[in-house]
Design a protein around this ligand. Structure first.
Ligand SMILES: [Zn+2]
Length: 138
């Protein structure tokens, strides 16, 4: 590495890591300032994509766990549709519940939907139930 003597201006070379050296031109002791290492920006570790937990809220703002449990336990009130912001299917579901004695299969449908919500991935849940206007999406 080459240095310039601050006393006589003469150039000389010195090994890396040497702190001071006698100038070969004027015999003055020259303090060698180590060149600073360029700042390397700290690497930000990439967060690995991890699946959204059952009761965690996904990109749609809805949790499939909550929707599924509402469907299973409060499906008769259309609770899972209200949770998903789907008023029309919710109302239809309530009417269907009033006819429940005539159509028990409708209530089984809520149960199945709830279980399927719980078993789906967040992506499947959002595609199939949140962004789908059908009343009984399977
Ligand atoms: Zn010198």
């Amino acid at each position: 590495m080459n240095y310039q003597c601050p006393f006589c201006g003469g150039e000389f070379s010195a090994d890396n890591g040497v702190e001071s050296v006698m100038c070969p031109h004027c015999n003055e002791e020259v303090q060698l300032v180590p060149t600073e290492e360029p700042l390397v920006p700290e690497e930000v570790p990439q967060q690995p994509q991890r699946p959204v937990g059952v009761f965690e809220v996904g990109p749609s703002g809805k949790s499939r766990g909550v929707a599924g449990l509402l469907a299973i336990f409060l499906g008769m009130c259309g609770a899972h549709y209200f949770y998903l912001g789907k008023t029309k299917p919710a109302v239809i579901n309530i009417v269907a519940s009033l006819l429940c004695l005539l159509m028990p299969v409708v209530k089984i449908a809520d149960l199945i939907i709830g279980i399927r919500m719980l078993m789906a991935t967040q992506e499947e849940f959002e595609e199939r139930y949140v962004y789908n206007d059908s009343i009984y999406p399977f």
